[in-house]
Write a new protein. Structure first.
Length: 210
């Protein structure tokens, strides 16, 4: 019984990623982050734009997440569900969502504290970010038994390590890292979406009752 429940959860998780749309959305968020960190690296921190970016980081992240969630739902309603059906996903209680937000903010605060305390630590930022996202991709791969997430996990690890090894740290290193991992996620999602639309080219005709 327990095995059947786990298998059902796994299939539901796999179905969410069947069309590549979540990866396209994730790639979009990473591209936005890449642009954000790159702009921060090339403009003076004391400039007006630099101050706005420093203050607006949380707004950019939250706004990107909500926008991509809306876009995923929008395109799934028009591309995926009419072709292969709708699955109702169990939503996490609000308290668990807040725990994840607090945890993410705690990690960000810890990293920021380390940068302030140890200036040389900046060089390791791409590697640390690569490790964190590699772990996230591993969880995705394990939960749904989806092989491409294991590959993304390895790519994230290598990219972060390469930038830190080359001494491209700080915001510029993070900008390059996020931009490249964003492109790779978008490419992966685009290939999956293309394959999905080829496999299910047409929406099934509605049955008419006469």
């Amino acid at each position: 019984m327990k095995d059947n429940l786990l298998e059902t959860k796994q299939r539901i998780f796999q179905y969410w990623y069947i069309d590549g749309l979540p990866e396209l959305a994730l790639g979009g968020i990473f591209l936005i982050l890449g642009l954000y960190f790159y702009i921060q690296a090339v403009i003076p921190n004391e400039s007006l734009l630099g101050q706005i970016l420093n203050v607006g980081f949380v707004v950019i992240i939250i706004g990107s997440v909500y926008l991509t969630r809306f876009l995923i739902g929008y395109f799934k309603n028009r591309l995926t569900y009419p072709r292969t059906g709708y699955v109702a996903y169990q939503r996490k209680p609000g308290q668990y969502r807040w725990i994840r937000v607090i945890l993410a903010m705690g990690i960000a605060a810890l990293v920021a504290g380390l940068i302030i305390a140890f200036p040389g630590y900046e060089k390791l930022m791409p590697a640390i970010t690569g490790i964190i996202l590699s772990f996230v991709f591993l969880i995705f791969g394990y939960r749904g038994s989806i092989l491409r997430f294991y590959l993304l996990s390895l790519i994230s690890l290598v990219l972060g390590g390469v930038f830190s090894f080359l001494g491209t740290g700080g915001n510029i290193g993070l900008g390059y890292y996020y931009f490249l991992i964003g492109l790779i996620c978008s490419l992966s999602g685009g290939c999956i979406l293309r394959s999905y639309l080829k496999k299910y080219p047409d929406k099934p005709e509605d049955d008419h009752v006469g």
